[in-house]
Design a binder for this molecule. Structure first.
Ligand SMILES: Cc1ncc(C[n+]2csc(CCOP(=O)(O)OP(=O)(O)O)c2C)c(N)n1
Ligand SMILES: [Mg+2]
Length: 301
Protein backbone atom coordinates (compact mmCIF):
# COMPACT_ATOMS: atom_id res chain seq x y z
CA UNK A 1 0.00 0.00 0.00
CA UNK A 2 3.02 2.29 0.48
CA UNK A 3 3.38 4.90 -2.24
CA UNK A 4 6.04 7.43 -3.24
CA UNK A 5 6.97 9.92 -0.52
CA UNK A 6 5.04 13.16 -0.13
CA UNK A 7 7.84 15.12 -1.79
CA UNK A 8 6.88 13.65 -5.18
CA UNK A 9 3.23 14.46 -4.65
CA UNK A 10 1.31 17.50 -5.88
CA UNK A 11 0.58 17.94 -2.18
CA UNK A 12 3.88 19.57 -1.34
CA UNK A 13 5.43 21.56 1.47
CA UNK A 14 5.30 25.27 0.76
CA UNK A 15 4.48 28.45 2.53
CA UNK A 16 0.86 29.26 1.97
CA UNK A 17 -0.48 32.76 1.94
CA UNK A 18 -3.86 34.36 1.43
CA UNK A 19 -2.73 35.02 -2.14
CA UNK A 20 -2.30 31.30 -2.92
CA UNK A 21 -4.38 30.47 -5.94
CA UNK A 22 -5.17 26.77 -5.75
CA UNK A 23 -8.30 26.09 -7.78
CA UNK A 24 -11.28 24.18 -6.35
CA UNK A 25 -10.25 21.22 -8.57
CA UNK A 26 -6.74 21.19 -7.04
CA UNK A 27 -8.17 21.56 -3.54
CA UNK A 28 -10.47 18.61 -4.25
CA UNK A 29 -7.49 16.41 -5.06
CA UNK A 30 -5.74 17.41 -1.85
CA UNK A 31 -8.93 16.79 0.13
CA UNK A 32 -9.20 13.28 -1.34
CA UNK A 33 -5.62 12.54 -0.29
CA UNK A 34 -6.38 13.90 3.18
CA UNK A 35 -9.43 11.62 3.36
CA UNK A 36 -7.23 8.65 2.44
CA UNK A 37 -4.91 9.62 5.29
CA UNK A 38 -7.84 9.84 7.72
CA UNK A 39 -9.22 6.37 7.04
CA UNK A 40 -5.73 4.83 7.02
CA UNK A 41 -4.79 6.52 10.32
CA UNK A 42 -7.83 5.33 12.25
CA UNK A 43 -7.70 1.89 10.64
CA UNK A 44 -4.03 1.57 11.65
CA UNK A 45 -4.87 1.69 15.36
CA UNK A 46 -8.53 0.58 15.23
CA UNK A 47 -9.54 3.77 17.02
CA UNK A 48 -10.18 7.44 16.45
CA UNK A 49 -12.84 9.59 14.83
CA UNK A 50 -13.23 9.29 11.05
CA UNK A 51 -16.77 10.71 10.69
CA UNK A 52 -16.23 14.36 11.63
CA UNK A 53 -12.72 14.26 10.16
CA UNK A 54 -13.98 13.26 6.70
CA UNK A 55 -16.80 15.82 6.91
CA UNK A 56 -14.38 18.68 7.64
CA UNK A 57 -11.63 17.75 5.16
CA UNK A 58 -12.79 20.29 2.57
CA UNK A 59 -12.78 23.10 5.13
CA UNK A 60 -9.32 22.43 6.51
CA UNK A 61 -7.87 22.02 3.01
CA UNK A 62 -9.52 25.29 1.89
CA UNK A 63 -8.14 27.11 4.94
CA UNK A 64 -4.57 25.78 4.85
CA UNK A 65 -4.10 25.53 1.07
CA UNK A 66 -5.95 28.62 -0.06
CA UNK A 67 -7.42 31.04 2.48
CA UNK A 68 -5.13 31.42 5.48
CA UNK A 69 -1.79 33.14 5.60
CA UNK A 70 0.38 30.77 7.62
CA UNK A 71 3.92 29.49 7.81
CA UNK A 72 4.79 25.79 8.29
CA UNK A 73 8.04 26.95 9.93
CA UNK A 74 5.63 27.49 12.86
CA UNK A 75 6.03 30.07 15.56
CA UNK A 76 3.80 29.55 18.59
CA UNK A 77 2.81 33.25 18.80
CA UNK A 78 1.71 33.30 15.16
CA UNK A 79 2.51 36.99 14.79
CA UNK A 80 1.45 38.29 11.38
CA UNK A 81 -0.28 34.99 10.55
CA UNK A 82 -3.85 33.75 10.57
CA UNK A 83 -4.47 31.30 13.41
CA UNK A 84 -6.63 28.18 13.45
CA UNK A 85 -7.97 26.46 16.57
CA UNK A 86 -9.68 23.06 16.43
CA UNK A 87 -12.15 23.11 19.32
CA UNK A 88 -13.67 19.73 18.42
CA UNK A 89 -10.27 18.12 18.98
CA UNK A 90 -11.56 14.58 18.43
CA UNK A 91 -11.39 15.18 14.67
CA UNK A 92 -7.60 15.40 14.96
CA UNK A 93 -6.90 13.06 11.99
CA UNK A 94 -8.04 15.67 9.47
CA UNK A 95 -5.97 18.40 11.12
CA UNK A 96 -2.83 16.25 11.41
CA UNK A 97 -3.08 15.24 7.76
CA UNK A 98 -3.57 18.83 6.56
CA UNK A 99 -0.73 20.11 8.77
CA UNK A 100 1.63 17.39 7.55
CA UNK A 101 0.73 17.91 3.92
CA UNK A 102 1.18 21.67 4.34
CA UNK A 103 4.74 21.02 5.53
CA UNK A 104 4.47 21.38 9.31
CA UNK A 105 5.92 17.91 10.00
CA UNK A 106 6.77 14.78 7.97
CA UNK A 107 3.80 13.05 6.36
CA UNK A 108 5.31 9.72 7.51
CA UNK A 109 4.57 10.75 11.11
CA UNK A 110 0.86 10.21 10.40
CA UNK A 111 1.68 6.51 10.68
CA UNK A 112 2.30 6.99 14.42
CA UNK A 113 -1.25 8.23 15.10
CA UNK A 114 -2.43 7.29 18.61
CA UNK A 115 0.68 5.18 19.28
CA UNK A 116 2.79 5.36 22.43
CA UNK A 117 5.31 8.23 22.44
CA UNK A 118 3.88 9.69 19.23
CA UNK A 119 3.49 13.45 18.83
CA UNK A 120 0.31 12.70 16.91
CA UNK A 121 -2.03 11.75 19.74
CA UNK A 122 -5.76 11.05 19.67
CA UNK A 123 -6.52 14.58 20.76
CA UNK A 124 -4.21 17.49 19.92
CA UNK A 125 -1.87 18.51 22.73
CA UNK A 126 1.02 20.94 23.08
CA UNK A 127 3.44 19.16 25.40
CA UNK A 128 5.08 17.16 22.61
CA UNK A 129 5.68 20.33 20.59
CA UNK A 130 3.93 19.20 17.43
CA UNK A 131 4.20 22.13 14.98
CA UNK A 132 0.83 23.70 14.17
CA UNK A 133 -0.81 22.99 17.53
CA UNK A 134 -1.28 25.93 19.91
CA UNK A 135 -3.71 24.51 22.50
CA UNK A 136 -4.78 21.14 23.81
CA UNK A 137 -8.34 20.43 22.66
CA UNK A 138 -10.87 17.68 22.92
CA UNK A 139 -12.61 18.77 26.06
CA UNK A 140 -15.49 20.30 24.15
CA UNK A 141 -16.69 23.87 24.59
CA UNK A 142 -13.40 25.69 25.15
CA UNK A 143 -12.09 26.63 21.71
CA UNK A 144 -14.30 29.64 21.06
CA UNK A 145 -13.13 31.26 24.30
CA UNK A 146 -9.49 30.61 23.42
CA UNK A 147 -9.94 31.98 19.90
CA UNK A 148 -11.54 35.16 21.26
CA UNK A 149 -8.55 35.66 23.54
CA UNK A 150 -6.13 35.14 20.65
CA UNK A 151 -8.11 37.54 18.47
CA UNK A 152 -8.08 40.20 21.16
CA UNK A 153 -4.34 39.70 21.61
CA UNK A 154 -3.86 40.31 17.88
CA UNK A 155 -5.76 43.58 18.16
CA UNK A 156 -3.70 44.69 21.15
CA UNK A 157 -0.52 43.87 19.22
CA UNK A 158 -1.63 45.74 16.09
CA UNK A 159 -1.66 42.47 14.12
CA UNK A 160 -4.33 42.62 11.40
CA UNK A 161 -4.62 38.88 10.65
CA UNK A 162 -7.67 36.74 11.48
CA UNK A 163 -8.38 33.96 13.98
CA UNK A 164 -10.41 30.91 12.89
CA UNK A 165 -12.00 28.35 15.19
CA UNK A 166 -13.98 25.22 14.31
CA UNK A 167 -16.57 23.69 16.64
CA UNK A 168 -18.83 20.67 16.30
CA UNK A 169 -22.61 21.17 16.34
CA UNK A 170 -23.05 18.79 19.26
CA UNK A 171 -20.32 20.80 20.97
CA UNK A 172 -22.70 23.78 21.02
CA UNK A 173 -24.52 21.99 23.84
CA UNK A 174 -21.65 23.12 26.11
CA UNK A 175 -22.64 26.19 28.15
CA UNK A 176 -19.23 27.85 27.84
CA UNK A 177 -19.83 28.33 24.11
CA UNK A 178 -22.74 30.67 24.82
CA UNK A 179 -20.84 32.72 27.36
CA UNK A 180 -18.16 33.23 24.71
CA UNK A 181 -20.83 33.91 22.08
CA UNK A 182 -22.16 36.73 24.26
CA UNK A 183 -18.69 38.15 24.95
CA UNK A 184 -17.38 38.43 21.37
CA UNK A 185 -19.95 40.92 19.97
CA UNK A 186 -19.90 43.03 23.15
CA UNK A 187 -16.13 43.41 22.78
CA UNK A 188 -16.33 43.86 18.99
CA UNK A 189 -14.02 40.93 18.29
CA UNK A 190 -14.32 41.40 14.54
CA UNK A 191 -11.12 39.60 13.56
CA UNK A 192 -12.68 36.29 14.55
CA UNK A 193 -14.21 33.81 12.08
CA UNK A 194 -15.90 30.94 13.92
CA UNK A 195 -17.26 27.90 12.11
CA UNK A 196 -19.71 25.20 13.14
CA UNK A 197 -19.55 21.74 11.57
CA UNK A 198 -23.32 21.38 11.22
CA UNK A 199 -23.45 17.67 10.38
CA UNK A 200 -26.57 17.05 12.47
CA UNK A 201 -24.86 14.20 14.30
CA UNK A 202 -23.09 13.73 17.61
CA UNK A 203 -21.64 10.80 19.51
CA UNK A 204 -24.96 9.25 20.59
CA UNK A 205 -27.24 10.13 17.69
CA UNK A 206 -28.71 13.00 15.68
CA UNK A 207 -28.43 16.41 17.36
CA UNK A 208 -32.20 16.89 16.85
CA UNK A 209 -32.86 13.88 19.06
CA UNK A 210 -30.15 14.39 21.70
CA UNK A 211 -30.69 18.13 22.29
CA UNK A 212 -32.20 20.11 19.45
CA UNK A 213 -30.01 23.07 18.51
CA UNK A 214 -32.94 24.96 17.00
CA UNK A 215 -32.38 27.88 14.65
CA UNK A 216 -28.65 28.52 14.98
CA UNK A 217 -28.70 31.47 12.58
CA UNK A 218 -31.36 33.22 14.67
CA UNK A 219 -29.55 32.39 17.90
CA UNK A 220 -26.15 33.75 16.83
CA UNK A 221 -27.75 36.79 15.19
CA UNK A 222 -29.62 37.49 18.42
CA UNK A 223 -26.26 37.39 20.22
CA UNK A 224 -24.93 40.00 17.76
CA UNK A 225 -22.92 37.91 15.28
CA UNK A 226 -22.76 38.29 11.50
CA UNK A 227 -23.89 34.85 10.30
CA UNK A 228 -23.10 33.16 6.98
CA UNK A 229 -24.27 29.71 5.88
CA UNK A 230 -22.61 27.44 3.36
CA UNK A 231 -22.13 23.89 2.12
CA UNK A 232 -19.00 22.59 3.83
CA UNK A 233 -18.58 19.74 1.36
CA UNK A 234 -18.73 21.84 -1.81
CA UNK A 235 -15.48 23.73 -2.33
CA UNK A 236 -17.12 25.84 -5.06
CA UNK A 237 -19.40 27.29 -2.35
CA UNK A 238 -17.15 26.98 0.67
CA UNK A 239 -14.17 28.96 -0.69
CA UNK A 240 -16.29 31.99 -1.71
CA UNK A 241 -17.97 31.95 1.71
CA UNK A 242 -14.58 31.94 3.45
CA UNK A 243 -13.48 34.81 1.23
CA UNK A 244 -16.70 36.71 1.98
CA UNK A 245 -16.10 36.22 5.71
CA UNK A 246 -12.63 37.72 5.37
CA UNK A 247 -14.14 40.72 3.54
CA UNK A 248 -16.68 41.19 6.32
CA UNK A 249 -14.13 41.13 9.11
CA UNK A 250 -13.03 44.42 10.64
CA UNK A 251 -16.56 45.80 10.58
CA UNK A 252 -17.33 45.54 14.29
CA UNK A 253 -18.97 42.08 14.35
CA UNK A 254 -17.59 38.60 14.98
CA UNK A 255 -18.42 36.24 12.10
CA UNK A 256 -20.05 32.85 12.37
CA UNK A 257 -20.11 30.41 9.43
CA UNK A 258 -22.70 27.65 9.80
CA UNK A 259 -21.32 24.97 7.56
CA UNK A 260 -23.54 22.09 6.48
CA UNK A 261 -21.55 18.89 6.11
CA UNK A 262 -22.12 15.16 6.10
CA UNK A 263 -20.38 13.09 8.72
CA UNK A 264 -18.19 10.61 6.83
CA UNK A 265 -18.32 12.57 3.56
CA UNK A 266 -16.56 10.74 0.74
CA UNK A 267 -17.12 7.20 2.01
CA UNK A 268 -20.67 6.12 1.19
CA UNK A 269 -21.20 3.62 4.00
CA UNK A 270 -20.03 6.17 6.61
CA UNK A 271 -22.50 8.89 5.61
CA UNK A 272 -25.92 9.58 7.10
CA UNK A 273 -25.45 8.18 10.61
CA UNK A 274 -23.60 8.95 13.84
CA UNK A 275 -22.23 5.40 13.82
CA UNK A 276 -18.91 6.51 12.34
CA UNK A 277 -18.39 9.37 14.81
CA UNK A 278 -15.77 7.29 16.62
CA UNK A 279 -15.52 3.89 14.92
CA UNK A 280 -12.56 2.74 12.84
CA UNK A 281 -13.03 0.72 9.64
CA UNK A 282 -11.87 -2.91 9.55
CA UNK A 283 -9.56 -4.22 6.77
CA UNK A 284 -12.37 -4.83 4.30
CA UNK A 285 -14.06 -1.50 5.06
CA UNK A 286 -10.73 0.31 4.62
CA UNK A 287 -10.27 -1.14 1.14
CA UNK A 288 -13.81 -0.12 0.22
CA UNK A 289 -13.16 3.43 1.49
CA UNK A 290 -9.87 3.74 -0.42
CA UNK A 291 -11.58 2.61 -3.63
CA UNK A 292 -13.93 5.57 -3.25
CA UNK A 293 -11.22 8.12 -2.38
CA UNK A 294 -9.25 8.25 -5.61
CA UNK A 295 -6.48 10.76 -6.26
CA UNK A 296 -4.66 11.46 -9.55
CA UNK A 297 -1.21 11.26 -7.97
CA UNK A 298 -1.68 9.24 -4.84
CA UNK A 299 0.95 9.73 -2.13
CA UNK A 300 -0.13 7.60 0.83
CA UNK A 301 2.35 7.75 3.77
C1 LIG B 1 -16.60 18.34 27.71
C2 LIG B 1 -16.77 17.08 26.91
N1 LIG B 1 -17.87 16.32 27.10
C3 LIG B 1 -18.01 15.18 26.39
C4 LIG B 1 -17.06 14.78 25.49
C5 LIG B 1 -17.21 13.47 24.73
N2 LIG B 1 -17.48 13.71 23.32
C6 LIG B 1 -16.52 13.63 22.40
S1 LIG B 1 -17.04 13.98 20.86
C7 LIG B 1 -18.64 14.19 21.40
C8 LIG B 1 -19.74 14.52 20.44
C9 LIG B 1 -19.68 15.91 19.95
O1 LIG B 1 -20.55 16.11 18.89
P1 LIG B 1 -20.13 17.03 17.70
O2 LIG B 1 -19.48 18.24 18.26
O3 LIG B 1 -21.32 17.25 16.87
O4 LIG B 1 -19.02 16.20 16.94
P2 LIG B 1 -19.25 15.09 15.76
O5 LIG B 1 -19.84 13.90 16.40
O6 LIG B 1 -20.15 15.70 14.74
O7 LIG B 1 -17.86 14.85 15.24
C10 LIG B 1 -18.72 14.01 22.78
C11 LIG B 1 -19.94 14.14 23.56
C12 LIG B 1 -15.93 15.61 25.34
N3 LIG B 1 -14.95 15.32 24.47
N4 LIG B 1 -15.81 16.76 26.04
MG1 LIG C 1 -21.77 16.96 14.90
Amino acid sequence: MSQPSASTSPVTSETHSASATKTPAELKQIAAQVRRDIVRMVHGVSSGHPGGSLGCADLLVALYFRVMKHDPAFAMNGEGEDLFFLSNGHISPVWYSVLARSGYFPVSELGTFRKLNSRVQGHPATEEGLPGIRIASGSLGQGLSVAIGAAQAKKLNGDDRQVYVLMGDGELEEGQVWEAAMYAPHHKVDNLIALVDRNGQQIDGPTDAIMNLGNLRAKFEAFGWKVLETDGNDLEKLVPTLEEARQLSGQGLPIMILMDTQMGYGVDYMMGSHKWHGTAPNDEQLELALQQLLVDQQSDY
